[in-house]
Design a binder for this molecule. Structure first.
Ligand code: GAL
Length: 371
């Protein structure tokens, strides 16, 4: 009797001091090895049991499991079930992209009178830091303890002249998965030589569930009264164009597919939407996506100057992702926050230069709910 009482008391103390059995917030499992580096799968579970999976191969998001309005869970981002599938598959699904996300015209830019040459990997241009950019390197992992929410920090030192860019650059991507179903990504960058950069996350979203049809019925809102027109190689013409009166006006919600086939020059050049929208920079949410069948809703909040809205025009169905599902034409959309393409060659755009002694810090949040 006395023993039972003591046991009961111990349990009460353990529960109230929070020392009882606790759900593991971040699980780390070996996934494979790449060029001698160990690649892990990190499973982050929040209070409601919703799961975000990350990997240090490209500091990627590879799985975001969320309920629809009836509580049925599904994964809403593109990725692969196996390590081999991931390495052989699309380079950019969910990855952190750098040193320069998006295109630099003809793979050249000049800084303080010195011309730098980058790898050409997209028509005549350099795309997403070249073929071996930050999306395909093995990052270091730190599971951040003593935080309220599951948190993982990826770090990488991009060596001087990597893919042609000057300066050793230290980059950090800190992912936090909150109980409010928010993925908070905090980027921190420093350099030891003057350089240029543009960092983003390249997750593809389909709020029906990845691999479940196209995204043309997703209702998109972007708080941007201007966008960046491009040429046929998707290089900016150098101006901003007002969205008003055009199929690029998403200042109020429109279905992605509603105007996509209109005879409008930029839809033809971009083969659909594949353009930077310049945020109006209100202190509120910058973009939203609503999928009416499941009721899933995504908000994007960022301090970056704009967002590349890409609607999967280059997807062909050849990539077979999670659960053996093909990722077909326009079956995913990306909202890649960052600077404009080709800024190092475009004097009218905000500067993408980073100097030694400066620290670039930026936050983007993808917040999920149902309506
Ligand atoms: C996007 C870009 C697209 C395409 C895609 C990767 O960031 O805007 O044009 O290159 O990446 O397939």
């Amino acid at each position: 009797m006395r023993k039972n009482l003591i046991l009961l008391l111990c349990c009460v103390v353990l529960i109230f001091t929070g020392c009882g059995p606790k759900q593991e917030m971040v699980k780390k499992e070996l996934f494979g090895t790449y060029k001698g580096g160990e690649v892990y799968l990190l499973t982050l579970t929040n209070k409601d049991g919703n799961v975000l999976k990350l990997t240090n191969f490209g500091a990627r998001i590879t799985w975001i499991e969320l309920p629809d309005r009836n509580g049925n869970k599904d994964n809403v981002t593109f990725g692969f079930d196996t390590f081999d599938g991931m390495v052989a598959g699309d380079r950019y699904f969910g990855a952190v992209v750098g040193r320069y996300a998006n295109r630099i015209a003809r793979g050249k830019f000049t800084l303080d009178g010195v011309e730098y040459t980058l790898p050409i990997n997209n028509g005549p241009n350099s795309l997403h830091g070249g073929p071996d950019g930050w999306h395909s390197v093995v990052w270091n992992i730190e599971i951040v303890e003593k935080t309220e929410y599951p948190t993982v920090k990826f770090t990488y030192r991009s060596p001087d002249m990597e893919a042609g860019y000057p300066g050793n650059m230290d980059v950090e991507a800190l992912y936090t998965w909150t109980d409010n179903n928010e993925i908070i990504i905090d980027y921190t960058l420093t350099t030891d030589k003057k350089t240029v950069f543009n960092i983003t996350n390249h997750a593809y979203f389909n709020l029906h569930g990845a691999g479940n049809g196209d995204i043309l019925d997703h209702e998109l809102m972007i708080k941007a009264s201007r966008f960046v027109p491009v040429d046929t190689f998707l290089i900016p013409t150098g101006e901003y164009r007002p969205v008003a009166g055009s199929p690029f006006d998403f200042t109020t919600p429109h279905k992605v597919g509603e105007r996509i086939n209109e005879n409008y020059d930029q839809l033809i050049f971009g083969k659909g939407y594949d353009h930077t929208f310049v945020f109006d920079n209100t202190d509120e949410v910058d973009a939203t996506v609503y999928e009416p069948v499941s009721g899933r809703f995504m908000e994007v909040i960022s301090d970056q100057p704009g967002v590349q809205f890409y609607c999967g025009n280059f997807l062909t169905g050849k990539m077979i992702g999670h659960g053996g599902k093909p990722y077909n034409y326009r079956s995913g959309l990306c909202l890649e926050t960052g600077h404009c393409p080709d800024s190092p060659n475009q004097p009218a755009f905000p500067s993408t230069v980073l100097n030694p002694g400066e620290t670039f810090k930026s936050r983007t949040i993808y917040r999920f709910s149902v309506k």
